[in-house]
Design a protein around this ligand. Structure first.
Ligand code: ATP
Length: 620
């Protein structure tokens, strides 16, 4: 998808229907903004402009010299002049090429620097975007803007801008030179060139449409490969015995691809034969008319002049063709900039207030005061939630799936901001606190643990880059994962694999607990995984959590009875409201939501826990 949108798309010479429908509005503001990125490099740009002009002139000059080579050297039988002119012609060609090298270097340099600036600005901006942005935007789209859209800008600068300039200059100089030689022949040239370039373009369009179809087919094939040859995909295929069906699907797409490829490479082939024959009519026409003029009317016109005119005519096809494409490239470039600016202009939803507070010490007190929240105005997720957690205490939040538990805790480190009411940290509204201060004092272990591909040590150090070996080991011991790590052949340098896939769910959780402990936050938030782990893993996690709950200010989204029992207070959430609160013994008697949850979830989990403990005791 991304490739087809960028300038580097197949053929890339015609607008797709989608592009036609979404043509950007080119306003003065847009142009000013685009050029503002070029502004810091104006000196280098001037140099490029001069180089383009010089190389265009120099590259045409040998064609003009051909006339003198013929007239003065060959027809005039002057060997001296002939050698001089040949040397001059070679020298000019060499000079034009040298300037061309400088031009490409400067051009690439400017383009790379502009995209460097844009990429950095974009990355910084995206990092400031709120969680809402990342949950509501497709990850592929975000990456496309960062990569191929910005690379597209580079193409615009190195190709589009330079091609407009150099082709226009070449064309103007060729026309001037032709008119200076003979206006009749020059006029014939002007009429001939478009006659042959326009039909070629229409043949090109047919071919390009086929290329697009082939690209779509190739995307489909890639999709099949990605899905079926990935770890989880292969597992699914195997378990459902879908090998043959997947093979058939793959073979069918592959067959379509072959047909398209053959069609594509043959499309317009015959047409091109006709066109190229016709293209040679141009020079012949000039020879004919030039010959008639020379012989019958204009004695000043020489053989050399006619040769120059024919040579210049040949040099015009390329630039005319490119300039006919300019509109397409222009629209595409502007669409590209519009898309990039759209991202730049997205407001930063959650940011530091001016004069944000940075208190000296954090204690971890949290209070929710009449908090309301929605992701989407149509549906209120939290309704008037109030509670207080004092430093040194712990709260367990329980409730049915989807009741809003994770949402509640997301409001504390300001992954989202409340829509009404306030969340306070140590008595100060979180929106008044410095974001870095707030987030450094809160440690969150999420349900879906994220480890990046690296060693266990790298993942742990993410929380505290300067942690000592002793600190690492201490945190891992507390998280009940040290023994597992040291039992690995590589120990702390074991690679965890993509997203930590080489570790089990329980091991990943314990590594992430150790990671948070290393951060040593004033408030610990633990979103217990709902996905059931095996009972031994569960017990190990439990052993890690229980002492933490006792010693730290913590909020736990709990799915296990032992976690709930360890907490000082239980909040029961249903449909975004706190419907019950208190201690286990009181709530279980009340016959409300908690009793129901206890009977359906916790009691079963507690029974499992009891069994595991008994097994462990027996084994000991
Ligand atoms: P679970 O125990 O299954 O994790 P939960 O109680 O933590 O559930 P939340 O994740 O807080 O529930 O979700 C509460 C509601 O908000 C759900 O109905 C969910 O569909 C919705 N929701 C969650 N995240 C978003 C989001 N980013 N955008 C829109 N709606 C969301």
């Amino acid at each position: 998808m991304s490739m087809r949108r960028g300038l580097g798309g197949p053929g890339g010479r015609y607008l797709t229907e989608e592009e036609m429908a979404n043509k950007p509005k080119v306003t003065k503001e847009l142009l000013v903004r685009v050029f503002s990125y070029l502004k810091p490099y104006w000196k280098q740009l001037l140099l490029v402009l001069a180089a383009i002009a010089a190389s265009s002139v120099f590259s045409l000059y040998p064609s003009i010299l051909t006339g003198r080579i013929i007239d003065e050297g060959l027809i005039g039988r002057d060997l001296n002049a002939l050698i001089k002119l040949i040397i001059l012609s070679l020298a000019v060609t060499f000079g034009a090429n040298l300037i061309g090298v400088l031009e490409s270097y400067m051009n690439t340099w400017i383009a790379q620097h502009i995209t460097f600036d844009m990429r950095n600005t974009m990355f910084r901006h995206l990092q400031q975007m709120s969680q809402r942005f990342f949950t509501s935007n497709n990850q592929g789209d975000i990456i496309t803007r960062m990569t191929s859209d910005i690379s597209g800008v580079q193409m615009v600068i190195t190709n589009t801008f330079t091609s407009i300039l150099s082709n226009s200059i070449t064309l103007i100089i060729a026309l001037i030179a032709m008119y200076r030689k003979n206006w009749v022949l020059a006029t014939i040239g002007i009429i001939i060139v478009p006659l042959f370039t326009i039909p070629t373009r229409s043949a090109g369009k047919t071919r390009w449409n086929l290329t697009r179809e082939a690209q779509e087919c190739s995307d489909e094939i890639n999709g099949i490969l990605n899905e079926t040859l990935s770890v989880s995909g292969q597992m699914l295929v195997k378990l459902f015995c879908r090998e043959e069906a997947e093979y058939q699907k793959y073979e069918k797409a592959n067959e379509r691809m072959i047909k398209l490829n053959i069609k594509e490479s043959m499309a317009g082939r015959w047409f091109r034969v006709v066109i190229s024959t016709f293209t040679s009519i141009g020079p012949m026409l000039l020879y004919l008319v030039g010959g008639i003029l020379m012989m019958k009317y204009d004695s000043n016109l020489t053989v050399g002049d006619i040769t120059v005119l024919v040579a210049l005519l040949g040099r015009m096809y390329g630039p005319v063709n490119s300039l006919l494409n300019i509109q397409v490239e222009w629209i595409r470039s502007m669409a590209l900039f519009t898309r990039i600016f759209e991202y730049f202009d997205m407001p930063v939803e959650i940011k530091n207030k001016e004069n944000a507070l940075v208190p000296k010490e954090a204690h971890g007190n949290v209070s929710f005061e009449n908090v309301c929240f929605h992701y989407d105005p149509e549906r209120e997720i939290l309704k008037d939630v109030s509670f207080t957690l004092e430093s040194g205490h712990s709260i367990a939040i329980v409730g049915p799936s989807g009741s809003g538990k994770s949402t509640m805790i997301n409001l504390i480190p300001r992954l989202y901001d409340v829509t009404a009411g306030s969340v306070k940290f140590d008595g100060v509204d979180v929106r008044d606190l410095d974001l870095v201060y707030l987030r450094s004092n809160i440690g969150v272990v999420t349900q879906d643990t994220y480890l990046f591909n690296g060693t266990i040590r790298d993942n742990l150090l993410y929380a505290k880059p300067d942690a000592s070996e002793e600190e690492l080991i201490e945190a891992c011991k507390k998280a009940n994962i040290h023994d597992f790590i040291t039992a690995q052949p590589e120990g702390y340098d074991t690679i965890v694999g993509n997203r930590g896939l080489k570790l089990s769910g329980g091991e990943k959780q314990r590594v992430s607990i150790a990671r948070v402990l290393l951060k040593d936050p004033a408030l610990l938030i633990f979103d217990e995984a709902t996905a059931s782990l095996d009972s031994i893993s569960e017990a190990k996690i439990q052993e890690a959590i229980d002492p933490l709950v006792d010693s730290r200010t913590s909020i736990l989204i709990a799915h296990r009875l032992s976690t709930i029992l360890a907490a000082d207070e239980i909040l029961v959430v249903k449909d975004g409201e706190i419907v019950e609160r208190g201690r286990h013994s009181d709530l279980v008697q009340a016959g409300g939501v908690y009793t129901e949850l206890y009977e359906t979830q916790f009691a079963k989990a507690a029974e499992l826990e009891r069994q595991v403990r008994e097994e462990q005791l027996a084994a000991a």
